[in-house]
Design a protein around this ligand. Structure first.
Ligand code: GDP
Ligand code: ZN
Length: 291
């Protein structure tokens, strides 16, 4: 029997899918394909009450991935909104935030920044830092997963959303706050899996009701962007986008080249030198040939 389904958890080579019928299956793929991601809509062949085989995916409206020099890692498919979860404690990694925002721009996904743990007094300095990103057009949403996360549900309604962030920022606590209880968190997943022991290592999608979905992904330490082309980078920076096509050389690395509009803008104070330094770093990274 064949059916369509959505991947609600991915464990590397194994997946959990929820069929249109509502049934949840433990799924493998044909020919050991691993190019599927949490959030994918797929065709499945049902084997028995618990197992299915994924035969193909349906067209994707977005695909989020990161890549290092070695391999591509699909994070999620068909995501509408990315919430980068940050907090003042432990020390937030601003570069990781910037990289996640670039990946969202490149993937056609709306990005928002969450300032979690707003109950902590240490939040003031991080709040000031985040004002820069708010000015770029990324909404900054202040919440406290422990006390009040009510600002989030209206921003997620009717969409497929993803939480991304370093570990320790409160993603799990926020997810639980949105789900209401730990029981809801593991309930539908464990039906098809022996224990749910994989839950924190791979992406997993929760049904929040009302056509609203939340994908919780493992904590990020780094965010490789090797899948992007250096020539496209500038347009993923809302603050530098207006300079696309303004440099004398089309393959400008925005460092020493004469007639570099980006350097000129940084020198004159029109754009942030920190952002240009970040652009240069990512450009350099992408210029290293891939293995
Ligand atoms: P994750 O690694 O991103 O999933 O982070 P966790 O959800 O495990 O949270 C890490 C720690 O931060 C835990 O000790 C939480 O209790 C704490 N935490 C999470 N959210 C908040 C918050 O809004 N305020 C405060 N003060 N602590 C929080
Ligand atoms: Zn340039």
């Amino acid at each position: 029997m064949s059916d369509t389904a959505r991947i609600i958890a991915s464990y590397g080579r194994r997946y959990t899918v929820r069929a249109d019928s509502g049934r949840v299956y433990d799924a493998t793929t044909r020919k050991k394909r691993v190019d599927y991601a949490c959030g994918d809509f797929v065709h499945i062949e049902v084997q028995n009450e618990e197992q299915a085989v994924i035969s193909d995916f349906l067209p994707r409206r977005s695909l989020l991935y990161r890549q290092d020099a070695w391999r591509t890692k699909l994070i999620a498919a068909n995501v509408d909104r990315m919430f980068v979860v940050t907090a003042a404690v432990p020390t937030p990694n601003e570069t990781l935030l910037q990289r996640a925002l670039l990946a969202a721009e490149a993937g056609g996904i709306e990005a928002l920044v969450v300032l979690n743990k707003s109950d902590l007094p240490e939040s003031a300095a991080w709040r000031d830092k985040l004002a820069f990103y708010a000015a770029l057009g990324y909404p900054v949403i202040e919440v406290s997963a422990l006390e009040n996360a009510a600002a989030l549900p209206p921003l997620m309604a009717g969409r497929t959303n993803i939480f991304l962030g370093q570990s320790g920022m409160g993603k799990s606590t926020l997810t639980n706050a949105l789900l209401g209880s730990d029981a809801a968190r593991t309930g539908d997943i464990s039906a098809a899996l022996d224990s749910g022991r994989h839950t924190t290592t791979h992406a997993q999608m929760y049904d929040l009701g009302g056509d609203t979905f939340l994908i919780d992904s493992p904590g990020l330490q780094e965010f490789g962007l090797h899948h992007l082309a250096a020539a496209d980078l500038l347009r993923y920076f809302p603050d530098l986008r207006h300079l696309v096509g303004q440099c004398r050389f089309h393959n400008c690395t925005h460092r020493q080249e004469p007639g570099c509009a980006v350097k000129q803008a940084a020198d004159s104070g029109a754009v942030s030198p920190d952002r240009v330094a970040f652009l240069q770093r990512v450009t350099d990274e992408l210029s290293v040939p891939r293995r």
